[in-house]
Design a protein around this ligand. Sequence first.
Ligand code: 3PG
Ligand code: MG
Length: 389
Amino acid sequence: MIYPTFSQWNMTNKRIFLRADLNVPLSDGKISNDFRLISTLPTIDFILNHHGSIVLATHIGEPKNSVPELSTKILIPWFEQRGYSIIFIKDIGTISHLKVVPKQILLIENLRFFPGEKNGDPFFAKQLANTAHYYINDAFGVVHRNDCSVTLLPYEFPENRRSIGLLMEKELRALNVLKENPPRPFIAILGGKKIKDKIPLIHSLLKKVDALLLCPALCFSFLKSLSKPVGQSLVDDSMLTMCKKIILEAESSQIACLFPVDYQVAHNTIDGPLSIVPATKFPDNVIGISIGTETVALFTEEINHAKTIFLNCAMGFADRPETRESTKKIISAMAASSAKTVIAGGDSVDIALSTQNYQLINHLSTGGGAALAYLSDTLLPGLAAFEEE
Ligand code: 3PG
Ligand code: MG
């Protein structure tokens, strides 16, 4: 376990670079869910209460260059409404010339607007490092990424001037419960779109779980690898060999791989009319969106027998609420169960928060891919700088 060390720092009149994951869901340019912002406040408040000033940095979305709608400026009103003193800094180079104002937040632009963030550019790391005396990584959601601000930047600070944040600590602590002797059976309910990221992680997860419940869109690459019909559903052809390997390994280790028995599908395009089809009669012209009622019943039974449940599975679209219903039912079944429960990922948590009894879920994690990577014992590049030699 890695612990924060920043409580030993003298933060008065110092600038602290805080890498956060404030990649909030947006709708019509507005923050539709502030869970990631709220989750980062303990670290922010600690620094400000100790008279430090924060250089606040995050990514939003997956832009390849500057996209005005994804500017971090959209976060400013949220902080102002809560009484924080926050200013937007366009040019990172100017920060080192500014006087340190205690209790002030300097918000820099979306890190992914700078090519250096994804290119592993050492000069970008130095430019970011020049803004602050200390570095804190509280961005659990990107701890599995090789982004410059996560992997290179901490090394620009001496060991006694870099630390993880309070959210990172909370996440690792909660996930450790699932990592170390989880009550069994342990089931993982997995779905969503970041297929390339997740499939290799599922391979490592086989060592941990007793059953995998595979859902849209993720399940279609597995089904295609078994030559089953998937219509026009999202498939990553580069992952089929890996999918096959996972299914065979699961079989030989007696880990159940459960697939939906019926699907909610959209006809012709993702905006097309919806219907439920059995898995055995998957039409050519439809796109699998979510699971059908029979699968909800089947998976609820699995949930009722499980003692540990991990879910990263946001099915459907925010702007078509009828496509979110099955995910909500699965999450409600998890909340009603007596198992240890974790729901992970921005979109999965977004759906969880719209259910009645989400408070009964043991842990809502701000990172989906990150939680999956941590659970499956995959190397987390974002933690390397904080691990003891
Ligand atoms: C997320 O939304 O899962 C995190 O913010 C990470 O974003 P990414 O998958 O675009 O790196
Ligand atoms: Mg996300």
